[in-house]
Ligand binder design. Structure first.
Ligand SMILES: Cc1cc2nc3c(=O)[nH]c(=O)nc-3n(C[C@H](O)[C@H](O)[C@H](O)COP(=O)(O)O)c2cc1C
Length: 381
């Protein structure tokens, strides 16, 4: 069974599994040249991630298909429904963890309790839940609901998670009547394999989001485009977690392009930026920069056009672009300056070969003593 939590003296890696031909770097060239998102290709990708040395796969998910320009070009589309895709990935892998995104808003706790217990029991304790509250009015409308205010969504999520975890852990029927949710009784077996519960992750670093993570989650996936900004988020997380008497791992979000030759990876990245799909990016930015506080803060000093272009070029995250030696040196520095525990990596040019290009980076980190293969330590979060 999966051990948790991870040894935070090391840096571990999560793979941001494709949830669309592209995500976070909206280059038409990247979308056009990606493999088909079919069973064969996605399973091969998961198996390669496991072989290369990633500890986990992270599957993002949204419900609404209102971003039509993006969809037409393959940006953030097609996206398989995360819990269903997770089940398939568990069947095709042996050890790697799979974190599936599922919304609290729009659903009932018993749905997630059953879903998560099934995924975790079936996989022998390899499942994690990325708890999201949703950030678009179109998504709320799809469920026939009003778009709930930002901080209230997190308050609802706190209550939701409390009910889910009680349904997982309590043997006897629960009687819960809160401000937002009501649940009486107990769920059928199975219960989750991981004890005391499956891994809980969240990815909102606003003050309300950080407060939520510090109270309920094990990892906070943080958007930050510089180590300095990441350290600020880490400091706030540390403060909030200490108040809650807990510890929560800081997991920066990043993208990587690794090439052996000097300047090659940089050239590939610059080339992708020349085919940025501005209409698609504007559509996605309208949602993301409209209602994600921590992302909006990174573009405050820019005008709308500049912000859209910067956002569409993976502007919200740490970028590791270069030779294995350069990327490894940057990761060693990141670890020592921010204390990051787990790096979530998006490969804009995803393919099994692209994942394998990360192996030489891991080899250097191993020599430096900040990474060990998951198979040596029984995989960990
Ligand atoms: C790496 C990453 C992945 C995310 N994946 C999803 C997702 O799949 N679905 C979703 O609704 N929100 C997703 N989010 C958004 C967060 O859940 C959250 O709504 C957002 O970051 C809110 O941040 P805030 O607390 O700063 O407002 C993701 C955020 C990050 C950083």
């Amino acid at each position: 069974m999966k051990r948790q939590p991870a040894d935070t003296s090391e840096l571990h890696f999560g793979y941001f599994f494709p949830s669309g031909k592209t995500n976070f770097l909206y280059s038409d060239e990247a979308a056009r040249t990606r493999p088909e998102m079919n069973k064969r290709n996605l399973l091969a990708l998961a198996q390669t991630a496991e072989a290369v040395g990633f500890d986990s796969l992270f599957i993002a998910d949204n419900w609404s298909g209102h971003q039509r320009a993006a969809e037409a070009a393959g940006h953030q589309a097609p996206a398989y429904h995360a819990p269903l895709l997770s089940m398939a990935l568990f069947a095709a892998t042996e050890h790697i963890g799979v974190i599936s995104t599922f919304h609290t808003t729009h659903h009932k706790p018993a749905h997630v309790a059953r879903m998560g217990a099934t995924l975790d029991a079936f996989s022998d304790g390899r499942w994690g839940w990325n708890v999201v509250t949703g950030f678009s009015a179109a998504e709320a409308a799809l469920f026939g609901e009003e778009f709930i205010e930002h901080d209230e969504r997190y308050r609802m999520a706190g209550e939701f998670v409390s009910v889910v975890t009680s349904l997982w852990s309590e043997h006897e029927p629960i009687e819960f009547e809160g401000e937002y949710y009501k649940a009486m009784g107990r769920i059928k077996l199975p219960r989750p394999a991981q004890q005391p519960r499956p891994l809980l992750v969240s990815a909102g670093a606003s003050p309300a989001g950080t407060a939520f993570a510090s109270q309920y989650c094990d990892q906070l996936v943080a958007m930050a485009n510089t180590p300095e900004l990441l350290s600020q988020t880490g400091a706030r997380l540390g403060e909030f977690a200490e108040q809650a008497g807990r510890s929560v791992d800081l997991c920066p979000f990043s993208m990587a392009i690794v090439r052996e030759g000097d300047g090659e990876a940089e050239e590939v990245f610059e080339g992708l930026l020349t085919t940025l799909n501005v209409d698609a990016t504007a559509e996605i930015a309208a949602d993301v920069l409209g209602s994600i506080e921590s992302s909006r803060a990174m573009y405050e000093k820019m005008g709308p056009d500049e912000a859209t272009r910067a956002f569409g070029g993976a502007g919200s995250m740490l970028k590791f672009i270069g030779t294995p030696e350069k990327v490894a040196a940057e990761l060693i520095s990141l670890k020592s300056t921010t204390g990051a525990a787990n790096l979530l990596v998006n490969f804009p040019l995803w393919s099994p070969e692209e994942l394998k290009s990360f192996s030489p980076v891991l080899d250097i980190l191993r020599e430096e003593g900040i990474w060990s293969p998951p198979s040596d330590r029984d995989y960990s979060w």
